[in-house]
Ligand binder design. Sequence first.
Ligand SMILES: [Zn+2]
Ligand SMILES: [Zn+2]
Length: 257
Amino acid sequence: MANIIDTHSHLADPKFDNDRHDVIRRAQEDGIVAMIAVADTLRSIDDVVDLARQYDVIYPTAGIHCHYAESTLDSDIEQLKNILHRTSDIVAVGETGIDLFYGKDTLVRQTQLFETHVKLSLEFGLPLVIHCRDAEQYILDILSRYPDATGVFHCFSGNDIFCRQVVDIGFYVSFSGIVTFKNAEQIRKAVLSAPVDKILVETDCPYLAPQGYRGNRNEPSYILKTVECIAETLQLPFEDVARKTTENARILFGIGR
Ligand SMILES: [Zn+2]
Ligand SMILES: [Zn+2]
């Protein structure tokens, strides 16, 4: 049986409201031994923390997504800080980052909010879950000012050169179902350029279902397809990729130690 950690799932998303319990049970039956439930708003932090209390295979994060940079108030940041103070089971700060695909007009606010998260991650000794879209250099520039920061670039979709840069500053790269897409040659090249001890896997469910499930709602069980694809790309046995990425996730998020 597989032994895999889904390092990025939005299990609190309303798309799971009707069958969340079944989705989580199916994942466990398929050998998904842990799932990081990622928050993207203040409200969703409460939801993922609640979920983690119901299921011992679920680990919550806390953060406010860059999509909400414009509407995030100072009082929201205070609240985020309070949550981090009083909730010891949170395993990461995020997701956070910069997304210029959605428009450059909010870059200043996104940058401020991201930097706030970086500082929080250092203050609380937690890794960052970074969302990076069309903003590679902006994010690397900010991180270069915080050499002690660590974490993961989630849903990695850059090329092999960016992948090396990410790994060189001590961060992990997490591959999602998009690595399985026919036209994802560039991402598979990035897989080849990453040291195996820096690779994580994720679904980013309910989004980004892998090849074979495209157009459907994604769920943690489908991560098997992603691990299969990475194993093929690296020409390693499936079990080795599963075991290694799980080990990496345990180290980064401090799970099961
Ligand atoms: Zn994201
Ligand atoms: Zn996400």
